[in-house]
Design a binder for this molecule. Structure first.
Ligand SMILES: [Zn+2]
Length: 478
């Protein structure tokens, strides 16, 4: 059965819509969430667990599967479905995102991306053609074109150049497709610039792609910026083709994007955060490692019917995380996936009933303020003590009128920068120079590594807090 998309009923108030994907491995009701099975495994879960949670399609990462087990394994063993025993549809990304965000030793040219394998150190070349060949070997139902990924906050000329190369690569990917049963989606780029996004959608929709993704978001942008881009981009995409928002996001992100007419989503958050002990629940995030759950007989989420919520108390889950028992992440992964997939199920029912707008508002209100209040303090960040603890230490200067960042003094007398909006303090205890030296230079054995022959030192992370770390690395290298 070749790939087809059947658009379904639309919501009365918003642009949300129902739909059905038909693929060689079965149907997918949209809006759909795709659990991420990076290395042909949704970490810690069997395909039966993933199916039980309500998933109809999963995502695999071409970059990781290319390096291990490699194309030969898939060609010999008959593709990803047989290999991992998942008989439903699979979408594979092209590997572009990982190459651009994870690989430190890479060169991008018009031909493609050269990088070194993290598995065996051997040089690799990923081109639009080789990405399609790998996705063909994997045997996914939906393939993605190789695109050029930049932070959405990059400079305009860079974003334009990346977008234009993405377009050329999309056409090369289309020409390289050999199996017409495998759908191919193009990726709309263009950063946060509405004109570039419109140019990208305008160019790509003239070509016979089976669907269109909105890429390059959730890489440095805020939720409002993301929402604007998604709303505009979705409007420019043809109604008879599925729309896929790549790598975004939290439950509120999903609720908003569905309202803009997006059909497909993937995100690592429900599985990644499960391994850190964080659960998504109907009333917001629950951090199971916190002591408050030590004696709690409550289920993780009283509104959830998953195996975890039916079977075990928060106290037991807290205990598993405290003991680092692998059952803990597994049980929370089961719940988190079910939570995301129930959210999608609810959205589909609400669209059919013509009341998606009301559903969206109800769900957003019920979620923890932390999830959608951008002024809330980020998790795990310590607040600076309000007054200096040691006598004689200079007091924190009052922030100038309207200034977001200002200098303060920590309890140990070290200088630090405070973000007035979030309350976050950069290098809150011992000062940036000492902290960077101890945490980033000493722990990473940077001096020893620099003494050995190797590739040049490249510093990528130079945000406000990380600037001090970069300076410490440069001092170590000098
Ligand atoms: Zn549950």
């Amino acid at each position: 059965m070749p790939f087809r998309f059947h658009p379904g009923p639309k919501d009365a108030e918003t642009r949300a819509r129902r739909g059905t994907l038909e693929t060689p491995h079965g149907r997918v009701e949209t809006p759909a969430f795709m659990p991420v099975g990076t290395r042909a495994s949704v970490t810690g879960l069997t395909p039966a667990d993933v199916r039980e949670a309500g998933a109809e399609i999963i995502l695999g990462n071409t970059y990781h599967l290319l390096l291990r087990p490699g194309p030969e394994a898939f060609r010999t063993l008959g593709g990803i479905h047989r290999f991992m025993r998942w008989d439903g549809p699979v979408l594979t990304d092209s590997g572009g995102f990982q190459i651009f965000s994870l690989s430190h030793d890479r060169v991008i040219t018009e031909a493609g991306a050269r990088f070194r394998s993290y598995v065996d150190g051997r040089p690799q070349l990923l081109t639009p053609e080789s990405s399609i060949a790998m996705q063909t070997a994997i045997g996914s139902d939906v393939m993605m074109v190789l695109d050029v990924c930049l932070p959405s906050t990059a400079e305009a000329p860079e974003i334009r150049a990346a977008m234009e190369r993405t377009h050329r690569w999309a056409l090369r990917s289309l020409a390289a497709r050999t199996n017409p049963e495998q759908a191919l989606f193009a990726i709309v780029q263009g950063g946060l610039d509405p004109a570039l996004r419109a140019a990208s959608a305008g160019f790509l929709t003239q070509h016979p792609f089976d669907g269109f993704a909105i890429g390059g978001l959730a890489v440095g942008d805020t939720r409002d910026e993301r929402g604007d881009v998604v709303a505009r981009a979705a409007e420019l995409l043809p109604p008879d083709r599925p729309r896929y928002l790549m790598g975004v996001g939290t439950p509120p992100d999903l609720l908003e994007a569905i309202g803009h007419g997006v059909d497909m989503f993937d995100c690592i958050l429900p599985t990644t955060l499960a391994w850190q002990g964080t659960a998504f629940t109907s009333t917001g995030r629950v951090r199971l490692t916190r002591t408050e759950h030590r004696l709690s007989e409550l289920p993780l989420d009283a509104a959830c019917a998953c195996e975890t919520c039916r079977g075990w108390s928060r106290a037991y889950l807290h205990h598993l995380f405290k003991c680092r028992e692998p059952l803990g992440p597994r049980l929370v992964s089961v719940h988190n996936l079910r939570h995301y997939l129930d959210l999608m199920r609810g959205a589909r029912a609400a669209i059919e009933a013509g009341r998606y707008g009301a559903y969206q508002r109800e769900r957003l209100e019920a979620l923890d303020r932390h999830e959608h209040d951008r002024s809330a303090r980020p998790p795990g960040r310590r607040r600076l003590p309000e007054a200096p603890a040691s006598p004689g230490a200079p007091a924190a200067a009052a922030p100038p009128e309207g200034a977001r960042f200002h200098l303060v003094v920590t309890s140990l007398g070290a200088p630090a920068v405070r973000d007035a909006e979030s309350g976050e303090v950069m290098h809150p205890v011992i000062g940036p120079a000492v902290e960077a030296e101890r945490l980033y230079v000493a722990q990473s054995r940077l001096r020893e590594r620099l003494a050995e022959p190797g590739p040049p030192l490249v510093l990528l992370d130079v945000g406000l807090g990380a600037g001090a770390n970069a300076l410490a690395a440069l001092r170590a290298a000098a």
